[in-house]
Design a protein around this ligand. Sequence first.
Ligand code: CP
Ligand code: NVA
Length: 311
Amino acid sequence: MRHFIDLYDWSANEIAELLADARQMKNDWAKGVRPLPLAGRILGLVFEKPSLRTRVSFESAMAHLGGQSIFLSATDGPIGKRESVSDFARTLSQFIDVVVLRVFSQKTVEMFAEHGDIPVINGLSDLSHPCQALGDILTLQEVFGDVKGRTLVFVGDCNNVSRSLALICAKVGMKFVLAAPKGYGFDNEFLHSLAVAEPNNHTVEITDPSEAVRQADAVYSDVFTSMGQEAETQKRMAAFKDYQVTQRLMALAPAHAKYMHCLPAHRGEEVQAEVIDGPQSVVFPQAGNRMHGQKAVLKRLLTAGMGTRRV
Ligand code: CP
Ligand code: NVA
C-alpha cells in the first residue's frame, strides 16, 4: 500500500511521472477529454485545521475523476480525541477508498497509515505539505519548461511548506535557498534526512534576503506564523520584520523571476501587496495547479493496484 505522506517515500522518477501525468490530465481536461478512472471511489477528507485550497481542490479533483468526497471537519478536537487514532483509522477504512488528513502533528498521519487500510495523503502537517510542493513545481514547469538547474528562493520560515519545497527541489534537480533569520532555519534532523534521501541536493541557507534573491528564478514566501503557532505571533513578527518580499527585494532578483506564495497570504507582512498583485506574481495559477497535481496523486494511489485493501 502506497501513501503520499512525505516526499521521501517517492523517487525522483516517480515525482517526474506524477508531474507528467498532471500536465497531461490538465491538457486533456481543457480539450474536453475527461475519462473517469475513479468512478465509484470515495475520498474522505479529515481536517483539524481550516482550508480553502486543499479541501476544494481535492473535492474537485475527485469529482473530475468520477469519484466522490466526504468532508469531516475535526476542528472541534484533534483526531484521536473522541476515539483512538487506531480505531478511527480502522473504522474509516471500511467506508472510503483514500483519505486526506490535515493535522497538527505528522505523527497522526503516520499512525493512521499504520492502522488504516487505505492510502493516506498528507494535506498539511506541522512538518510537511507535499501536495503544495507538487503543484508548485508543476507551476514552475509551466513557466520555465525544464526546471533542472533553476533556483527557488524561499524568504521566511523553515516551516511545512519550505521543508517540502527543499525536498522536491532536490528531486527535480533545482537549487533551493532558504533566506531565514537566525533561529528559524532548518533543524539538523531535517538537513540530515534531506542529505540521506537526496545526497546531491542543492540546499543553501542564507540570512540576508537581498543576497539570497540575486540568482532566483522564483521568490517564494509564506506566513511567518503557521497554523498552530499562534502563541508565537508577536515574537515571529519581530524576528521576520526584515523578511517581507517587497518590490525593492524583487528588483534585486533577475527580471524574469516569478513571485510565488502557497496562500493564504498576509499582505504587508510576508509580502508587499504590489508584489503579490503585480506582474511577476503567479500565485493564482499556482493555486489552481494544486488540483492538477492532486489528480495525479489520487489516480496513482487508487489505480495500478496501489490502493488495494489488505483483506
Ligand atoms: N495552500 C493551502 O494549503 O491552502 P489552504 O490552507 O487554504 O488549504
Ligand atoms: N505554513 C502555513 C501554510 C498554510 C497553507 C501553515 O501551516 O499555516
